[in-house]
Design a protein around this ligand. Sequence first.
Ligand code: AP5
Length: 225
Amino acid sequence: MMRVVLLGPPGSGKGTQASALERREGIPHIASGDLLRANVRENTGLGRQAKPYMDRGELVPDDLILEMMAKRLSEPDAQKGYALDGFPRTVAQAEALGERLEGLGQRLDAVIYLEVPGAEILRRLSGRRVCPSCNAIYQMDTMPPKKDEICDRCGTALVQRDDEKPDVVGRRLQVYAEQTEPLLQYYRKEGLLHEINGTIGVDNVLAAISGIVEGKAASREEQCL
Ligand code: AP5
């Protein structure tokens, strides 16, 4: 049982690491962005409300996100823990998550901050491709699929995300600095924040995160003995 939040700017590797944690630790990767994009593709009421914000690189209003996440976190697979990617993203969302956990007598184990400089983020996002079917993430320069533009895992044609245009990426970075960066201080105060250099290669970042997560699990088991 492990509840982890991945925090960091767009393109810092939250999705890549949460997906790797899912495979390594057996906890579901829950990504607010993937849930929203699925709603947009399926043209649901939530998808229609969220799309204009996403297209501009702005945050979807907290009330819509909180309703969507409350539903997702109530599903059976999330009862054994999770790796949250893209949520919480505002102090109001963090407070709501904290209240929910408190009400259930639970707490987060760790908040992992992936630190990546702006120039590296722009390079990564311009070459990112994603699978619209299984949400696998690729980088055409450094982590390309085996077959050109085809997902290794499920064979679907890869796509570039709609919010990858340079002006939208710029706005996403600005919104991150204004609305999400304050969470670093919020979780630092709670004693939950672990800062990791996100530029050291996917496997090395995963090893650093796993060290933190597995250390927490071991100390929790010791306390129970
Ligand atoms: P969302 O989908 O959450 O996007 P984001 O936070 O901007 O993050 P990204 O998915 O772009 O990047 P990532 O950190 O996951 O990096 P990745 O692993 O792909 O949100 C999209 C939109 O939805 C928002 O703008 C907003 O409108 C809305 N939204 C979502 N959640 C919301 C919320 N809670 N509240 C309100 N609105 C919300 O990696 C990036 C690239 O780098 C990949 O190509 C990857 O292969 C490569 N890479 C990864 N790690 C490494 C490494 N260590 N070394 C080299 N390359 C690497």
